[in-house]
Design a protein around this ligand. Structure first.
Ligand code: PLP
Length: 147
């Protein structure tokens, strides 16, 4: 088989599988638990966090482990949109995002954000003039929280 879909799922490296198997078999406790195994799992979490932070050259407190892509998209997109409200409520994305991304933007629209969905060409690339036109647009829609 010639597998060409690594951007969706990548075959795990043997050393990753070995490590996963060892942790899943020997350290399956909840890292928040106060018992001994829980404490050991928490230490493994901290070690993994440190390794990932070093690889990405970021601070350890910038690493957040999630259950997968959908949760990560929600956390990142909603988090950034809300954290930067003082810079405006206009978001620009493309029409070809994954449903787990598009649905987050639809939720943000329901909250009052204005979202522009740019078209792409046959290579999946946006037109820079389209983008410039949208960047220059003044946005008068005020943001309100839908609680
Ligand atoms: C961009 C993107 N977001 C989200 C997902 C869904 O990921 P998960 O099934 O881990 O929630 C995928 C899956 O291919 C994806 O490519």
């Amino acid at each position: 088989m010639i597998y060409l879909d690594n951007s969706a799922t990548t075959k795990p490296a043997p050393e990753v599988l070995k490590s996963f198997q060892s942790v899943a078999m020997n350290y399956f406790a909840n890292p928040s638990s106060i018992h001994e195994v829980g404490g050991e799992v928490e230490k493994l979490h901290q070690k993994a966090r440190k390794q990932v932070a070093n690889l990405l050259r970021v601070r350890e407190d910038e690493i957040i482990f999630t259950s997968g892509g959908t949760e990560s998209n929600n956390l990142a997109l909603k988090g950034i949109a809300h954290a930067h409200l003082n810079r405006g409520n206009h978001i620009i994305t493309t029409q070809i995002e994954h449903p787990a991304v598009l649905q987050v933007f639809q939720e943000l629209e329901n909250e009052g954000f204005e979202v522009t969905y740019l078209p792409v060409n046959s290579s999946g690339v946006i037109n820079m003039d389209d983008l410039k036109k949208r960047l220059n647009r003044t946005n008068y829609i005020s943001f309100h929280y839908a609680c």
